[in-house]
Design a protein around this ligand. Structure first.
Ligand SMILES: Cc1cc2nc3c(=O)[nH]c(=O)nc-3n(C[C@H](O)[C@H](O)[C@H](O)COP(=O)(O)OP(=O)(O)OC[C@H]3O[C@@H](n4cnc5c(N)ncnc54)[C@H](O)[C@@H]3O)c2cc1C
Ligand code: SF4
Length: 738
């Protein structure tokens, strides 16, 4: 620091709001405008590393008069307990509850990438946005573990049991536990196949390979989180809007991603933020926590370019395989894993060789109203197909209809995912080894382009470990963003742009699903809080929409959590923005809220992409991800169409206050998220694709991609059944010819 300058150290958790807080506090102390230029923070997980940056900033301020050290952690409780009551219904303002909420805030803030405590401490009375943020946080604090008897008003009291942790007596054991994991030092030097990622694609590929007699190592970046956390925590689930790191990973230790925002600027994004585009990083990947909607793509979904032409600025293309080629694998997956639902009236679905193995669950009150309304509107409807047992099947129980479904662990294993179907089957063969908490950091290829080994890295007792394991076959199933990352970060002198990337295609055509829909309040209660919640759908708008490219299904929503419902009601304006948390008005609205939503088929573009920044590496030495691109204007038109059809449907069902989703403006941040796909496009031409129809990476015939990355387009419906079916097709193709 230069002579005459003095340092300012502001030590408290980093967050977007921290700069503003620092400015306010420093200006108040010094009365000098110059202080307002000083913004510095010490990042929670690396307190020792930041001060030099901070001193640099401080030295730019000639007026800096003294060294000030502030630690917000020590000064918060009183301030917290004075702000929290302003957001609560008066009946909840009790000293015991306030203390409990303040303590919970301190605990949760430690797991938040965005500043929770800031939102409470520095909310400005009278500023609507700030008051809104305060109510959102206080609502999350109140319902962090569901609904408890001490906070439920008379309307919600009958639902306390539904919205709290499932009874341990009724739980069924997981089919995999920590004993199923191998330790890194016990790995063999060589396997027939290494499968990278244990999600939808990886699990089913591992099963097919292990059942063919091959020795298989499945490497999974995530671990096996505690079931208690996955059952009881309403905020650290991937469906919560709270911004906390989900238990299903990745956690605060995860690397940042560089993301291009809608205005063209770039920002470093933490894993708990939506823009990071997380699915889930845990044993089973997304299938551990997903909602399990199990839609087939139809013939037109696989032939979008020939059906609609290619709009300007889009990279729309046909799949290199037809529906008829995929159909047998759809049927196999439906029968193997167990899909319930039917009968289907989907006019855009292809022929089926077998009906679904299980019938649907019973109708919800909202479902019955929507069914009658659809009949009046002339819409076809069907139960939402679900990878959920409606009767005991495959050694797994039937659905209990609990209220903690999507985003939570299924207490009885009725919801099928890799962790309770394909991975246990793979292990049962005796040919598969499962390695958790380990990342594939590089695929090493020889001069002939063939993969020779995979470099693995992990951390144990605070120390990094590394292993290199040889394999005859590498199956890449790390999810659309991470699979592209691994190919790009495995560059060699011979493949300087990354593996399979001679034509600059790896990472391009990133897509997910823009969602359209509407919400509404009905005069009567329409919610029964029985999971899974998704019940009725129409597939009429998947195609055939005048002037629109593609379209999508519409369905009612998964069973919500109390905290997300209150946030949502306020954000949509269905309840007054100043309605206190837990007020009678809010509680009544929670039981009258109906939602209909659906994913729209995106037309995607080559500029929507995953890249890596090789000059920035995470603590494992891996290049960090850069995400860029935007939805296409056609995606927004499709989304608006779905929103208006959803609003019509809810209105016909008798809703009194209907709100279609607000329109979006271009450019948007890149699309990806839970339905991420497309980054290793499947095709017949190496100039425009990354893998052939058999999933093999061009120029690297023993590297195969078997996850959502291969999707050329992502359908107007949830993608996972297609990921399973296509991965099974690819894996069995390999088994047949290898
Ligand atoms: C809350 C939620 C609800 C959802 N609901 C639905 C639904 O109702 N219907 C539907 O169709 N889809 C749904 N999805 C999406 C669905 O889960 C995904 O489409 C699907 O899991 C993607 O499969 P995948 O094989 O491409 O990748 P994933 O399932 O994401 O699996 C990839 C795995 O690879 C691991 N990994 C990443 N990098 C590495 C590495 N370098 N080394 C080792 N391992 C690595 C990850 O940790 C992850 O476990 C939902 C997802 C979530 C989170
Ligand atoms: S509602 Fe969902 S989580 Fe609950 S038992 Fe049924 S499938 Fe499992």
């Amino acid at each position: 620091m230069a002579d005459g300058h003095r340092a300012i150290v502001v030590a408290f958790p980093s967050s977007p709001g921290v700069g503003a807080t620092a400015q306010r506090m420093l200006a108040a102390r010094s009365g000098s405008a110059c202080w307002q230029r000083v913004v510095a923070c010490v990042v929670r997980e690396q307190p020792a590393r930041q001060p030099h940056r901070l001193l640099g900033t401080a030295s730019a301020c000639p007026a800096a008069p003294s060294l000030i050290s502030m630690d917000l952690r020590r000064s918060t409780p009183a301030a917290l307990t004075s702000r929290i009551p302003t957001a609560l219904d008066p009946s909840l303002v009790r000293p015991d509850l306030l203390d409990a909420l303040a303590a919970r805030l301190v605990e949760l803030d430690a797991s938040a990438p965005v500043g929770w405590r800031d939102a409470v401490l520095h909310s400005s009375p009278g500023d609507p946005a700030s008051e809104q943020a305060l109510r959102a946080v206080v609502g999350d604090l109140l319902y962090a573990r569901g609904l408890t008897a001490d906070v439920a008003g008379p309307d919600l009291a009958p639902y306390v049991e539904a919205w709290s942790a499932p009874d341990p007596e009724r739980q069924e054991p997981l089919l995999l536990d920590h004993a199923s994991f191998a330790a890194p030092e016990t790995l063999a030097a060589q396997y027939d196949a290494i499968v990278i990622g244990s999600g939808a694609g990886g699990g089913i590929a591992a099963q097919a390979l292990a059942e063919s007699g091959r020795s298989v190592l499945v490497v999974e970046r995530g671990g096996l989180p505690r079931r208690r956390d996955l059952h009881t925590d309403h905020l650290r689930t991937p469906r919560s809007g709270s911004g906390l790191f989900p238990h299903s990973g990745p956690g605060p230790e995860a690397e940042k991603r560089e993301v291009m925002l809608g205005d063209g600027s770039w920002r470093d994004v933490l894993a708990g933020e939506g823009l990071w585009s997380n699915n889930a990083m845990t044993l089973g990947g997304g299938t551990r926590m997903y909602g399990a909607q199990a839609w087939r793509f139809g013939p037109k979904d696989l032939a979008m370019a020939s059906t609609y032409g290619v709009p300007e600025g889009s990279s729309l293309a046909d799949w290199p395989i037809t529906y008829d080629e995929l159909e047998p694998f759809y049927t196999r997956v439906e029968q193997m894993l167990g899909v319930s639902g039917g009968p289907s009236t989907d006019p855009w679905e292809g022929a089926r060789s077998e009906q679904l193995p299980m019938g649907p669950l019973s109708r919800s009150p909202l479902g019955s109203l929507l069914a009658a309304a659809a009949e009046r509107l002339g819409l076809g409807t069907q139960p939402v197909p679900l990878l959920i047992n409606t009767r005991r099947r495959g050694g797994r129980a039937a659905c209990l209809r609990c209220a903690q479904c999507v985003g939570f662990d299924c207490p009885v294993g009725a919801r099928a995912g890799s962790h309770n179907t394909t991975l246990p089957s793979a292990l049962e063969t005796g040919n598969a080894t499962l390695l958790g908490d380990a990342q594939a950091s590089r695929i090493d290829v020889g001069p002939d382009g063939r993969a020779r080994s995979v470099e693995l890295v992990g951390e144990r007792d605070g120390r990094l470990w590394h292993r290199t394991v040889r394999a005859d076959l590498v199956v890449l199933a790390a999810g659309a963003i991470e699979s592209a990352r691994l190919l790009l970060d495995s560059a060699t002198d011979q493949h300087p742009a990354g593996l399979g990337n001679a034509a600059d295609q790896v990472g391009r055509h990133l897509q997910g699903h823009a969602y359209g829909g509407a919400s509404a309040l009905s005069a009567e209660r329409v919610v029964d809080l029985r999971g899974p919640g998704v019940d009725i759908s129409t597939a009429d708008f998947r195609h055939g929409n005048e002037g629109i490219i593609g379209g999508g299904i519409l369905a009612d929503e998964f069973v919500p959590t109390p905290s997300s419902t209150q946030r949502y009601l306020r954000e949509t304006g269905l309840v007054a923005a100043d309605a206190p948390v837990g007020s009678p008005e809010m509680e009544r609205a929670m039981l009258r809220l109906g939602k209909v939503v659906g994913p729209v088929q995106e037309v995607t573009s080559a500029d929507s992409r995953v890249q890596v920044n090789r000059s920035r590496r995470d603590r494992f030495g891996r290049a960090i991800v850069r995400l860029s691109g935007s939805l296409h204007r056609e995606d927004l038109r499709g989304r608006d169409l779905l929103s208006s059809r959803a609003a019509d449907w809810l209105a016909e069902a008798g809703a009194v206050d209907v709100r279609p989703m607000s329109p979006m403006r271009l450019p948007t941040p890149p699309s990806g998220g839970q339905h991420q796909a497309g980054t290793c496009r499947m095709g017949t031409d190496p100039a425009t694709s990354v893998v052939g129809p058999d999933g093999r990476v061009w120029e690297h015939p023993n590297i195969v991609v078997a996850d959502g990355s291969t999707h050329v387009t992502n359908g107007g419906a949830n993608p996972v059944l297609t990921i399973y079916a296509n991965a099974l097709r690819i894996a069995e193709g390999i088994v047949g010819v290898a």
